[in-house]
Design a protein around this ligand. Structure first.
Ligand SMILES: Nc1ncnc2c1ncn2[C@@H]1O[C@H](COP(=O)(O)OP(=O)(O)OP(=O)(O)O)[C@@H](O)[C@H]1O
Ligand SMILES: [Mg+2]
Length: 246
């Protein structure tokens, strides 16, 4: 696990094909403590994916610095789409991020069992449902034993029951393999169900509009009504005039 100091003094995308230049970040600072589960909430197009890309080192075209405490961390990145290679089996997709050899394949197989995909290890991704593909993507992220885990809307487009099961799975994986997590979502209830801290982003360039510690127990996190109550109290949701939850 590793603390992260984010200090982006400037980040722009140049004008292209009719769209004007955009300044995404200016003097943006965010310190993430080791072991924190930080959820970034914010509207579409604000720069959330850009921020994860910068932290991951995939986008180096910015001014500023990302500092990791201690030794250089192992970073895993679960993208918004699962991005499995269609010509490789599920097992090969997970083992791909490890040094090749029997040891890596065994670690990948064990991780697939942990996410409930043991039986599909030798299948190709096209046979998997979206929920199963997202499980495989989780396995590929955790098999690295990351110090830092970046997750960009990893459960989007799933029905609520599947998303709920994947959130439970993620919680169990994090307990077993602690990491500093940055998790992007549009869903404030998902944020409250998972986060130790929620940061709401707004504006262009982006600023931090809310920074909220989340200290909920397991029972509260499992109850949609109590999550909603927390969100309303924290100013992250409007009270619902009509609700079928009690
Ligand atoms: N390579 C690029 N070139 C030009 N503009 C870009 C590029 N990548 C992103 N942008 C623009 O930068 C802004 C931020 O994009 P980004 O993908 O980081 O937003 P986001 O917060 O992740 O949105 P969403 O919630 O829809 O995923 C958007 O306006 C987007 O159009
Ligand atoms: Mg995005």
């Amino acid at each position: 696990m590793s603390a992260i100091g984010i200090d982006i003094t400037g980040k722009q995308f140049p004008a292209r094909a009719g769209a004007p230049a955009r300044e995404i970040f200016r003097d943006f600072r965010l310190d993430v403590a080791a072991g924190e589960f930080l959820v970034l909430l914010g509207a579409s197009g604000l720069g959330k994916t850009t921020l994860l890309n910068i932290i991951a080192g995939l986008d180096t075209d910015y001014r500023g610095a990302i500092r990791f405490e201690g030794a250089p961390p192992r970073i895993a990145y679960a993208f918004q789409s699962p991005r499995l290679l269609p010509w490789r089996t599920v097992l090969e997709n997970v083992a791909l991020v490890l040094p090749s050899g029997a040891e890596g394949r065994e670690a990948a197989r064990a991780m697939l069992a942990d996410v409930g995909l043991a039986e599909l290890a030798d299948a190709y991704p096209e046979r998997l449902s979206l929920g199963q593909q997202r499980r495989a993507a989780l396995a590929r992220a955790f098999v690295l034993r990351p110090d830092v885990l970046l997750m960009d809307e990893p459960f989007v487009s799933l029905d609520e029951a599947s998303a709920h099961r994947l959130r439970d799975l993620l919680r169990r994986l994090i307990i077993r393999h602690p990491a500093t997590v940055l998790f992007v979502t549009h869903d404030s209830r998902e944020a409250a169900a998972l986060a130790s801290r929620i940061v709401r982003l707004e504006g262009t360039p982006v600023h931090i509009a809310r920074d909220i510690r989340v200290d909920l127990g397991a029972a509260e996190r499992g109850s949609p009504a109590r999550l909603q109550a927390f969100l309303v109290a924290a100013g992250l949701a409007e009270p619902e005039a009509l609700s079928d939850e009690v």
